[in-house]
Design a protein around this ligand. Structure first.
Ligand code: DCP
Ligand code: CA
Ligand code: CA
Length: 362
């Protein structure tokens, strides 16, 4: 029986949560912003609703630039409320987990799932399931999402992005190659602007062009690991299983660095907001961590990790930041430029396990 894999991604997630909580925002451009605090306009747009996107607003754009694009238009600029989005995310993921054979959360607003057993390998049953799932999430949270169904993670991910917002795209294994054939290479997960440019300079812009390229040539350009992955992906081949990484046994965040680098100061500086998020989540769940890992992903997508186990569990932010800095210093002595960087806290434990009674009474 061939696999049936899905990918679900919530639409304009942070901005949609703000709309759900304040329905009067519907119909006007809504921009969720990370204000850096220096001036009223300094900072970047985290995301925006589709109305704002009509004016050319994009994630990561400076707030001042977005304001320029929306001159004379009634629009809402809302500060980011990360803990609130986490709460919505946790509930949606909980619903999803209870409905599928296997769930792999891949970000705050997206997850891969496997429904091979549940559907008996039948794509019509998978399509019906996806429609019910969308209805259920909308009934429970008033949130719309887009779902892709396919024979593997690569195809499911491209399919969920194919019709957005509120889309459902089902691609059977015998349709997968034709589905990919008109698409540009950057639709494949792992092909960022740099890889896309490198491929374009070598005459490769569409997925079939990538699929036909001699593997030796791709290996020269991209390194063996990325070349093999992309060559397979472009042929709709991907054997990566959906892996349930569990609920709260670990907390992690990854970011994509603004530029590939092996400069410790830059890596740590760009990672700071993610460290603060992870720490906030730790505190909100009343947890302590005992192990900590620095994760670096290189240009060829190979992951590199340095970990440490502390003598005693802690929830102290300054320890977290110091250990991350030390671990990245060690990691960067041994590897090349990082494309992505992240932190993972493990061996999480409840506060009540950690504190003696006197801590509570003093
Ligand atoms: N995000 C962010 N900064 C970015 C990109 C994303 O803070 N540069 C946050 C805000 C998004 C959330 O992550 O709501 C999910 O990112 P997506 O890429 O899935 O984008 P959206 O959900 O906002 O929109 P789409 O409807 O395209 O999925
Ligand atoms: Ca999304
Ligand atoms: Ca997403």
């Amino acid at each position: 029986m061939s696999r049936i894999v899905g990918h679900l991604d919530l639409d304009y997630f942070y901005a949609q949560v703000e709309e759900v909580e304040a329905p009067s925002l519907r119909g006007i451009p809504v921009l969720v912003c990370v204000f850096s605090g220096r001036t009223e306009e300094s900072g970047v747009v985290s995301t925006s609703n589709y109305k704002a996107r009509e004016y050319g607003v994009k994630s990561g754009m400076p707030i001042a630039l977005a304001k320029g694009r929306l001159k004379g238009v009634e629009a809402a600029f809302i500060p980011m409320h990360h803990a609130k989005y986490e709460a919505y995310s946790d509930r949606v993921m909980g619903t999803l987990r209870s409905r599928v054979d296997l769930l792999e959360q891949a970000g705050i607003d997206e997850a891969f799932f496997d429904v091979t057993k549940k559907t008996g390998g039948d794509y019509d049953a998978a399509a019906a399931f996806a429609r019910e799932l969308k209805d259920e999430i909308f009934r429970e949270e008033k949130l719309s999402c887009s779902i892709g169904i396919g024979p593997n993670k690569v195809v499911a991910k491209i399919a969920s992005d194919f019709k957005k917002p509120n889309g459902l795209t089902v691609i059977r294994d015998d349709q997968a190659l034709a589905f990919l054939s008109p698409l540009p290479v950057d639709r494949i997960y792992g092909v960022g602007p740099k890889t896309a440019k490198l491929l374009e300079e070598n005459g490769i812009t569409t997925i079939p062009e990538l699929a036909r390229s001699p593997i030796e040539r791709l290996e020269d350009l991209l390194g063996k690991k990325l070349a093999v992955y992309l060559r397979n992906a472009s042929n709709a081949i991907d054997d990566e299983p959906v892996v349930d990484r569990g609920g709260t046994s670990q907390l992690s965040r990854m970011i994509t660095l603004k530029t590939d680098t092996r400069d410790l100061q830059q890596v740590v500086a760009e990672l700071l907001p993610a460290l603060k998020d992870v720490h906030e989540k730790l505190i909100s769940k009343d947890l302590f961590f005992r192990s900590i890992s620095a994760i670096g992903i290189l240009k060829d997508l190979s992951p590199h990790t340095r970990s440490k186990t502390l003598e005693t569990p802690t929830n102290d932010y300054s320890v977290l930041e110091k250990e991350v800095r030390d671990l990245f210093a060690a990691l960067l002595r041994e590897v090349g430029d990082l494309r992505r960087a992240g932190v993972r806290l493990g061996e999480l434990q409840d506060m009540v396990d950690q504190r003696s009674l006197t801590d509570f009474t003093s």
